[in-house]
Design a protein around this ligand. Sequence first.
Ligand SMILES: [Zn+2]
Length: 301
Amino acid sequence: MGRLTAIVLGAAAGGGFPQWNCRCAVCQLAWAGDPRVTPRTQASLAVSTDERHWVVLNASPDLRAQIAANPILQPQQDLRGSPIVAVVLTGAEVDQVAGLLTLRERQPFALYATTDTLATVSANPMFGVLAPGVVSRQPVSIGDRFTPAPDIEAELFAVPGKLPLYLEGDSPALALETEVNVGVEMRSGGKRLVFVPGAAAVTPELKRRFTYADAIYFDGTLFTDDEMIRTGTGSKSGRRMGHMPIDGEDGTLAALTNLAARRVFIHINNTNPILISGSPERQKVEAAGWEIAEDGLKVVL
Ligand SMILES: [Zn+2]
């Protein structure tokens, strides 16, 4: 058995970095090719213990490009085949499920998610291209243990969050601990990693789980709660979007201290100044012991 290994397929939030229609201060650097920033695709993590069977955590709209960028995920043998044996979803947002459409063409794999998330996927007839006889849909309850790939034990856990944007209605509940927004823990050989691309808050239960983790991939969407309002790119606060900010007295830096794990921000919005090398915000995050995910970041535990 090999070691628990994770590759960041995409590090950006929905829309990617730069976002196709954005000229915010950070996107402008990317459009101009400024060396202080590196473009990123939308958030996804690939996990394996043998580097032959891979589990993809969230199927981003950029999945096809992510496979192209990672030879280890490309067909290795036979006429048709893929090292991707399973996909695990943490919710049904567009940037978490749209890549499933890339995985059509009658390739068997297992799709793991909560009953709520699978129901949302199934309610959209377009996902019928993943024929049920080919792609097995595996409902998982919070706390259940499952084995998405050889020697990997996985578990979904509750994370405060909200319904997908396209289902939320006019006044959504913002910090639900339900099955619509979850995190994933992957365990192998005594090592643990957790993947939480969207969190509205850190509960005591989450903090306790993180205490035992060796690597934490956590919601790095916004540096400040009012970032999109202040940059003129949106009308909603981070919390309204189900994402706690990195900075501030109730932000992630303050909430997640005294952890031994390797800590990586992922799902980083294109407005977030931590994307800029040398920025004060980047320096503050790095001084607190956090890494900023880039596409291709590989961690072997
Ligand atoms: Zn932007």
